[in-house]
Design a protein around this ligand. Sequence first.
Ligand code: GDP
Ligand code: IMO
Ligand code: MG
Length: 427
Amino acid sequence: MSVVAVIGAQWGDEGKGKVVDFLTEKAKVVIRFSGGDNAGHTVINPYGEFRLHLIPSGIFHPQVTCIIGNGVAVNPSVLLGEIDELQKCGIDASRLFLSDRAHLIMPYHILFDGLEEERRGGGALGTTHKGIGPAFADKAARLGIRSGDLLDREAFLTRLSAVLEFKNAILTKVYGVSPLFLEEIYEQYCSYGERLAPFIREVDSVVQVAVLRKEPVLLEGAQGTLLDPDFGTYPYVTSSSPLAGGCCIGSGIGPTNIDYVLGVFKAYITRVGGGPMPTELRDETGELIRERAHEYGTTTGRPRRCGWFDAVAGRLSVQTNGFSGIALTRLDILDVLPVVKICTGYKLDGETLSSFPSSAVTLARCQPIYEELPGWQSQTDEIRSFEHLPSEARRYVTRLEELLSCPVGLISVGPRREQTIVVKSIW
Ligand code: GDP
Ligand code: IMO
Ligand code: MG
């Protein structure tokens, strides 16, 4: 395998960071291709415990070039903070490149994110307030400012002046709040530009050379399929595509060059923020999973909603991404449960649905149909081979493979790099 894409298969936080850190052992290039600092990827390895929002999770491996691709919206202050934190821990960040095509999160994006959520009132989406929606809206509206713009101060001033005039009109006339000051933003972003200059470059040649030479390249997804603006629970979604299709656009690698698409699923499901979630557990089992797994958002600290594995949503994910295989994470969290359930269909108005509805309103009315399997009630976090898993755990994994029509290639039984079972080698 040369190019492997690691894709969130649920509502995010599936453990993509851990899987990328694990797989990077054999990689030469790791590229983040979508989202922004709404993402929070936890990596626990011999260097310590890290929560990365923008820097690819492959940065800990010294042989790797890490790229923040054109598809990422970058808050420069967050990126600089992350670079500093890594350098403090002795991690070399000189192998990091930021695509000059990547859009920037500007102060007004963060302001609009908050104002728009406030305006939605009870219908708020529960965004991360990182300015993601407004930044990707500006990209589509051709009002964006890109990292490469910071390298030409004069052109940057012209562009920022024009955009800010428009943004200030909306702030003052629509929202009735104070305008932002051009000089303040300009000076601040010029100073970010100075510090980021060594990292900003055209990255296309690096990416294309790696692909041509068939070097191992990892594409690191952010968010998850059910947060995709097209196939997710719209409007309770994010604003860039977390799908395998999104990784082509967000990295500049053509679809025929992607050799393996790995879908990362938790052994159950979680969601942070608003929107329907048919298998949500609002009982002591949900509470037990949340506390045992410490299911609190990596970026916002909000409690994550926990539920049983949803195979209906899972099938949508397998299909829209064309997964070659699955990385099943957090199997160890289910170790204590006497029974584990899998949602195999939905009940709606007396009918049985076996596919995921396109409307969030319809999805909110769906009742899950469960299949129950016996739990294994024994510890799995020290196990390193599929054969050594308790038979009930193997049965659970095999049943998920059947329901999703996709093979499991990796099983994760703990947050640390080595707590990984390779069922079928990916590289
Ligand atoms: P990401 O956004 O997909 O990278 O996932 P997050 O880092 O936001 O959340 C996943 C959480 O699960 C992190 O705290 C990881 O350290 C942790 N984690 C990943 N894999 C496993 C696993 O197999 N078992 C356990 N117990 N924790 C895991
Ligand atoms: P990682 O990469 C989980 C959710 C937010 C909210 C919705 C829209 O760590 O898996 P946004 O700020 O993007 O406009 O918020 O999307 N969300 C995530 N949930 N993991 C993420 O990233 C997420 N990124 C965004 O909670 O519901
Ligand atoms: Mg996360």
